[in-house]
Design a protein around this ligand. Structure first.
Ligand SMILES: Nc1nc2c(ncn2[C@@H]2O[C@H](COP(=O)(O)OP(=O)(O)O)[C@@H](O)[C@H]2O)c(=O)[nH]1
Ligand SMILES: [Mg+2]
Length: 391
């Protein structure tokens, strides 16, 4: 028996693929002290099928069936990394698009040394993407890969396929707690948030055996938001949306005044439309991960709307006061007030609008919270400042 290895297989309705996957994996890893660990979120009886197959499998097979699907595929992989019997873990899809026969090659590359992660790439010599199916899917996959590598040119310099779901990772080199996986791209999460060394082996990506793909347009949107958050953190994404809103605001004003609407009204309509538009974009892209714990949508909207209106109404008189009392130029005053307003808006949204429900005034034991507002503000700023800043 060789070294221990755990093959982590996330499954979502993969019942018909289990038996073949276990058999091929057992054969490929006959020389290793291996186990297979399924992390299952299925609504069919995949978990029961795993138990059935496990009974006469040639290697230990376990299944963890999750009752709540937190974090989707990425969340399942994190659970697998925590529960694995071995420190050497390999994540592999449950639909046989990742050929188990490649497992020894991943392990061999790791044994050569110099790498904490070994990824199976569809894009290096000998790799093959025909299993991706349609030309559209291939194009989307390629474009997403280029975009991602362009955004992390240093961290992903050695990774031609940071979105592959087939990879080996040495758990002892990984701080699992820093991962905040969303959706499908767990390897990207690992490579972007840590400085693990990555090596690659080519993979021929196969056709899915049974069942259907769970990738979707929705996963695509989640991916773009995930990428934005990994790269910029919440605050920069928030700023980006604010900037887009400012341009939209000017456009609306221009349109309305051209149509003959008096400019005061054009300004008011432009401002309100922008406030509502910004709110919707923030909901979807900046604070999506905080929505489930926060208060109801209506309450979030009203709090955000009220804040922005008060802020917009206050900014002009405050600016006037600055010019009058500090004798600074009006341009400088405008700049200063916009910067202050930006931070105020961001902090208000992350600390109040999207604050976790029920944890605002009491701590876990129901005691009045000793966590002061100042401390929470500092923590929020700290969390943003400590994003992966390097490329
Ligand atoms: N545990 C778990 N597995 C998932 C989830 N979504 C997808 N999977 C599994 O992740 C693997 C890749 O998903 P798949 O639908 O094949 O995506 P595609 O290969 O990109 O089309 C498969 O083994 C799925 O069963 C999920 O929410 N939870
Ligand atoms: Mg698949």
């Amino acid at each position: 028996m060789g070294t221990g290895v755990t093959v982590i297989v996330p499954t979502y309705n993969e019942r018909d693929n289990v038996a073949e996957l276990v058999e091929r994996t057992a054969r490929a890893l006959a020389a290793w002290d291996a186990e297979i660990l399924f992390i299952d979120d299925s609504s069919d009886d995949t978990a029961a099928e795993v138990e059935r197959v496990a009974a006469d499998a040639a290697l230990p097979v376990r299944v963890i069936h999750r009752t709540a699907n937190t974090g989707g595929l990425g969340g399942a992989v994190v659970v697998g990394l925590q529960a694995a019997a071995s420190d050497l873990c390999i994540v592999m899809d449950g639909d046989l698009q990742h050929p188990p026969e490649l497992l020894p090659a991943l392990l061999a590359r790791h044994e050569e040394g110099g790498a904490d992660v070994v990824a199976a790439s569809r894009y290096i010599g000998g790799g093959d993407t025909s299993g991706l199916g349609t030309a559209v899917r291939f194009g989307v996959s390629r474009a997403a890969t280029w975009l991602t590598r362009a955004m992390f040119p240093i961290r992903l310099a050695r990774s031609t396929d940071p979105m592959t779901g087939f990879f080996l990772v040495d758990r002892t080199r990984l701080d699992i707690d820093v991962l905040k996986p969303q959706g499908f791209k767990i390897l990207l999460e690992i490579l972007a948030r840590t400085d693990l060394r990555v090596a690659e082996v080519p993979m021929a990506f196969a056709e899915r055996r049974h069942g259907t793909s769970k990738a979707s347009l929705r996963q695509g949107a989640t991916f773009v938001a995930h990428l934005g958050r990994l790269r910029f953190g919440k605050m920069s994404l928030f700023a980006l949306i604010g900037a887009v809103g400012a341009v939209a605001n000017l456009g609306i004003m221009w349109l309305l005044t051209t149509l003959g609407v008096p400019y005061i009204w054009a300004a008011i309509i432009g401002a309100e439309v922008t406030i509502v538009g910004n709110f919707l974009l923030q909901e979807r892209f900046v604070f999506a991960d905080m929505r489930t714990d926060a208060r109801a949508l209506g309450t979030r909207f009203l709090t955000s709307f009220a804040f922005n209106n008060v802020e917009a109404a206050l900014r002009i008189p405050v600016m006037a006061l600055m010019v009058e009392t500090w004798h600074i130029s009006s341009v400088l005053a405008t700049g200063l007030s916009l910067v202050v307003a930006f931070f105020a808006r961001f902090l208000f949204h992350s600390l109040v609008v999207y604050a976790p429900r029920g944890r605002r005034r009491t701590d876990a034991e129901g005691e009045p919270s000793t966590d002061t507002a100042a401390r929470r503000v500092l923590r929020a700023i700290d969390a943003e400042a400590m994003r992966p800043g390097e490329l």
